[in-house]
Each structure stands twice: as C-alpha cells, then as structure tokens.
Design a protein around this ligand. Structure first.
Ligand code: AMP
Ligand code: MG
Length: 403
C-alpha cells in the first residue's frame, strides 16, 4: 500500500512516465480532432490573383461623383485573368473575380446608378479600394500551420483550401474500458435487490467521444481473480486500459493484485482528492492502466482531472492537472474542505464580463444527480474555509464531459 499523494504529484508522475506522442500520416478528413506533428506550407497564393472584394465596377482612374463611364464588359468569379480595361471605361465585376491589369479601384455597386451600357458613380473612387492583392493573405511555400496545432474545423478547411491530402498528426491512443463488480449489471438488465446498472461504461465511451477517441468497451468483470484476469489480459493489449471499481480497500477489491500479475508497476494508488481518493495508475511494458474508483462521482472527477489530460497529452495536446482553469465569482456559497482538495460541479454564466459560478453541492460521492449537472468543476482547496457569495473561486470548464 502506497501513501496518498497530491493531485499535482500524481500528474508529475504521469507526465514523467509518459513517452512522446508518436506521429502517423492520415487522410485529411480522418485527421479532424488530432494534433499536427509537422508544420504545413501553403501550396497556393491566397488570393490566387488580384481580385475584387465587392460586386461593382473596375475603373482605371480617379472617379469623381456624378461622372458616367461606358461599361465594356463583365467579369465573373472563375473567369481567367487578362481582361483589358481601356482608359475612360468601366468593367462590371463580381466578388472574387480577377481584376483587369490597369484597375485602380473597384467601386461597389451600392455607389452607382447602373444601366446596361453606362454607369454613373454617386461617390468618388479611392485608389486601391476593394481590391484584394494576389498573395496578400499567404504566398505558396509560406508556413501556414505550426506543429502542435489542433486540427480544428477551421484548420481542416484551411488544409482543404491548399489541397493537402494527407497530414502528419500524432497517433490517437487505443483505449479500452472495463467495469468491475459482482453487483454491476449491463444497463439493459433489470437490477435485482442490491444490484446496480453499469453507468461507467457509457460515461467513459461518451467521454472518449468528446476527445474524438472511440474507446473499446470490454464489459463487466466479476470480483473474482480469474474473471478479472481474463478481462485484464484483453485490456492490456490497448495503449490505455480504464478499469472502474475494485481499487479501494475491501476484500473484494482485487484489481491491483491482478494487475501486478501482468507486470504492471504502480505509480500511485491514492490521490488526496474528494471525491476519488482510491485512484490507481500503473504502467506495463506496452501501455498504461488506470483504476478509477467505483463511486460514480469519484470516477467522473478522477477521469476529468487526471485521465482526460493524460489522454490529451498522448494525442499531442498541451494539457495537465487543472490546466485551463479560470477564475470565477461565486453566486452561491461554497463550503470549506477538510484536508484534501474537493471538487464539485458548477453551472457557469457570464455577466458584465465576469464568469459567475453556481456550485451544485452533492449529497456524497454517490450523488450522480449533482455530478450530472453543471458544465465545470470548482476546486475547493484543502483546508480552505467556507467561501461566501461574491468571493473568488477556480473553475475548470469541461463542456461535453459535464453538463
Ligand atoms: P468499488 O470501488 O468497487 O468499491 O465501488 C464503489 C461503489 O461504486 C459501489 O457502491 C459500487 O456499487 C459502485 N459502482 C462500482 N462500479 C460501478 C458502475 N460501473 N456503475 C455504477 N456504480 C458502480
Ligand atoms: Mg466493487
């Protein structure tokens, strides 16, 4: 039995034991949600040519208000460049269309009284107005994305704009989940006396989906060494195995013993947080195992605080324990903590530029209703006194995971 460590120390041990994320090449659309392992260069100039930023008229000289010019043609987006603009004439031009070589300005259609063959300008033209210059956004060969950039929806669009077919990203960890407990039933079964439906498999599968990861569910193992061993043997062929239940001090909490038999070396087995104290992290030669406490709130908090950032760093994201926390103002009082950091969920809103947090105080770590509401965790630091309405608190928004 090890001693209880702080969550900061737990994160240090995880970060120290972790190997660098490994790159792989993926077709562009399969790379959404990953992290770039290499920079990306532009393949084309953007804009690809000098083009109009408005629907209007291309003109070659200074136009004064009330002047009229003949219209000699029309250029649409997609027309090839090379149209000629004779002095003293105007050409009708559309947004995104290539401007003729001698264009001084584009006068928007809103500043004209236009006829079929002539156009009268209601305002003077301004040199250079409404022309986007070739390559003013980016030139072919320029670096447009650095390694470490998350492949967001906007990044995917940018990659498509440059015709990038395959991308170097960091590999996603393969993760398996395993629930344990003689009293635990699959959710589609009717519980008998003393039995409970498995809530953790569904929680973890959905939590994985918020990270863009498809976890493999290995089902429910009984509190029996042979059955646990059979399931764990399948589980440790994954990069990360997430086991729930069976890690506290009861005589049926056998997970650690079985893991030891598979060459798992324990980094820690108790983290001083509430809810959640029994939390196991172990390594074997090919991957990692987390043993999350069975209590639903404990499993949620342990996953959110340590497993989630760990999986994200494996994917190449920068993350850590309590990484991304914000300062907020309490809209309801917060009780103090006794000896270890405590976490409850909170609903957040913005008012006059400030984040306001309303904590949802649970009945205990079995209170799944309280832990099922709110979109953030609030940290109540160890030994802190009760905090009144209006005082500052720290919140970690976890949209998709909570709320
Ligand atoms: P354990 O950590 O195995 O001692 O479990 C602690 C508590 O969490 C017990 O009340 C279990 O019944 C409950 N529990 C364990 N696993 C699950 C699960 N998969 N779904 C719902 N409750 C669970
Ligand atoms: Mg159990």
């Amino acid at each position: 039995m090890m001693t209880s460590i702080s969550p900061e120390e737990a994160w240090r041990r995880l970060a120290a034991g972790r190997s660098d994320p490994t790159p792989e090449s993926l077709p562009r659309r399969e790379a959404a949600g990953r992290v770039l392992a290499a920079p990306v260069q532009a393949t084309v100039d953007l804009p690809p040519c000098d083009m109009s930023a408005m629907d209007g008229y291309a003109v070659s000289g200074g136009i004064v208000a009330r002047s009229t010019l003949p219209v000699t043609g029309t250029i649409a987006a997609g027309d090839p460049p090379g149209h000629v603009l004779a002095p003293g004439t105007a050409v009708r031009i559309m947004t995104g269309a290539p401007v003729p070589a001698d264009t001084e300005a584009v006068v928007p259609v809103e500043q004209t009284d236009a006829g079929e063959e002539r156009v009268t300008f209601t305002a003077p033209s301004q040199a250079g107005a409404h022309i986007r210059k070739q390559g003013e956004v980016v030139r072919a060969g320029d670096e447009i994305l650095t390694a470490g950039t998350a492949v967001s929806a906007t990044v995917l669009g940018l990659l498509a704009a440059h015709g990038v077919e395959t991308i170097d990203v960091y590999r996603a960890p393969r993760v398996a989940t395993l629930s344990t407990g003689d009293e635990i039933l699959p959710p589609d079964r009717e519980p008998g006396p003393g039995q409970l439906r498995d809530s953790h498999t569904d929680f973890l599968l959905a939590a994985g989906a918020t990270l863009g990861l498809g976890f493999k569910a290995l089902g429910i193992a009984r509190d029996d060494e042979a059955d646990l061993a059979r399931h764990i043997e399948r589980g440790i062929s994954h990069d990360v195995l997430l086991i729930t239940g069976g890690v506290s001090k009861g005589i049926f909490d056998l997970v650690k013993d079985v893991l030891a038999g598979y060459g798992c070396r324990t980094l820690f087995d108790e983290v001083a947080i509430q809810p959640g104290k029994p939390l196991v992290a172990a390594r074997h030669d090919k991957g990692w195992v987390f043993g999350l406490p069975g209590n639903p709130a404990s499993a949620i908090v342990c996953f959110a605080l340590l497993v989630r950032p760990f999986l994200r760093t494996m994917m190449g994201f920068k993350d850590g324990y309590w990484h991304g926390a914000l300062s907020a103002e309490l809209e309801a009082p917060l009780p103090g903590a006794h000896g270890r950091d405590r976490f409850v969920t909170a609903s957040l809103r913005i008012k006059e530029g400030r984040i306001l947090a309303t904590p949802n105080l649970p009945e205990g770590s079995h209170d799944v209703v309280a832990y099922g509401s709110g979109s953030a965790l609030v940290r109540i630091s160890a030994s802190s006194p009760p905090a009144p309405v209006g005082s500052a608190c720290e919140v970690l928004p976890l949209p998709g995971l909570l709320g």
